[in-house]
Write a protein that binds this ligand. Structure first.
Ligand code: KG4
Ligand code: ZN
Length: 336
């Protein structure tokens, strides 16, 4: 019998719900809170209030689009962290209440782990080992992944996350939040050799990243060269900045692949939607490397990746369903 999973993601500024049949996504509805751009960044209190208003509608829409009846769902999952605590609470409690009402198992999922496996959505089995680069608005981490729950971190950013650098530089350039997609688009018509923004080389920690230096060098470059912001060569600056960030991400990840003798590389998280990052990594496929990216819709935050990782955990019994036991004990007291 198929496992029908209902999954919810509300860790930041996306309210999302998805339905999966085993490893297959039947529906994945995402509502982005664009109003934060007015403030130049996410306002946590407003984010959680918006999730409260939207979650029921989004969940209903995911169910309707999937064609699955509520009573056929047999697994529920939600992001349990990391993320904005107020936002997490909304989705987590909504999903937990859903599982209690239907008396079906509930799994809390780690957001970063779900990004890590998002490259494989739709697959029933994954080939291990692989190197994973999770690169988002909050994280830039390199993992050596040996199994579904066995992996270790061997590199990470020492300061800003790559997505954070995209967002901060976009703000300096007067672009809207989130900055990554805006920079990606403008860079397409720019000269990436227009200016060389230095990317820090952390000699002792060869697999660690640093992006705050690039961000600061963009700031000083703008201050020194341009009094009039309307005259900024936006395309060229975006292309040059993007080249600096992408070069660092690709070089360090591929250095690890070479040193560890691993041929399979999975790149996920919001920044994995970046076109230059994708082409930068995909070049290595000629050298017999296997490069995995999520479908673009699964790069940025979404509930399908939460549901997929929950499905894997459930299928391979990787998590004891202790929450169900707890609920059953609690209900037993009322029944007697
Ligand atoms: O994974 P995600 O949706 O949320 C977090 O878990 O952080 O990632 C959001 C980040 C933002 O910083 C956004 O600017 C960046 O991903 N991003 C991009 C692109 N699309 C989203 N960065 C570069 N190029 C893109 N095309
Ligand atoms: Zn994320």
């Amino acid at each position: 019998m198929a496992i029908f999973t209902f999954a919810v993601e509300t860790s930041c500024d996306e309210t999302s719900a998805a339905i999966l049949s085993d490893n297959t996504v039947l529906s994945n509805v995402i509502s982005s809170q664009y109003f934060h751009s007015e403030f130049g960044g996410i306002v946590p209190e407003l984010a959680s209030r918006a999730h409260i208003k939207t979650i029921d509608k989004i969940a209903g829409s995911a169910l309707e689009k999937s064609g699955i009846k509520k009573n056929n769902i047999n697994l529920v999952a939600a992001t349990r962290g990391p993320g904005l605590i107020g936002s997490l609470l909304v989705g987590y409690n909504y999903a937990k209440a859903f599982s209690i009402a239907l008396n079906i198992p509930f799994i809390g999922i780690n957001h970063i782990e779900s990004h890590l496996f998002s490259c494989f959505i739709g697959q029933d089995e994954i080939e291990f080992p692989f190197i994973a680069l999770v690169v988002s608005g909050g994280h830039t981490i390199l993992f050596l992944v040996k199994d579904y729950t066995n992996y270790n971190v061997f590199g990470e950013t020492q300061d800003d996350a790559a997505g954070e650098a995209f967002d901060k530089v976009a703000k300096m350039l007067g672009l809207e939040y989130p900055g990554g997609p805006a920079i990606d688009n403008l860079a397409k018509d720019g000269d990436e050799n227009y200016h060389s923004f230095p990317s820090a080389n952390l000699k002792a920690q060869i697999y660690d990243f640093s992006f705050s230096g690039i961000k600061t060098s963009v700031l000083y470059f703008l201050k020194k060269r341009f009094n009039d912001k309307s005259k900024l060569p936006l395309n060229d600056i975006c292309a040059s900045f993007q080249k600096a960030v992408v070069t660092s991400l690709v070089e360090k990840t591929m250095l690890a692949a070479k040193n560890f003798g691993i041929k399979s590389i999975a790149i996920s998280g919001g920044v994995s939607a970046n076109s230059k990052l994708r082409s930068g990594f995909l070049k290595f496929e000629n050298d017999s490397y296997k490069i995995h990216f999520p479908e673009k819709i699964y790069s940025t935050d979404n509930a399908a990746m939460i549901g997929y990782y929950a499905y894997l955990k459930y299928k391979y019994s990787l998590e004891k369903d202790w929450q169900k036991e707890l609920f059953e004990q609690a209900f037993a007291r009322f029944k007697n």
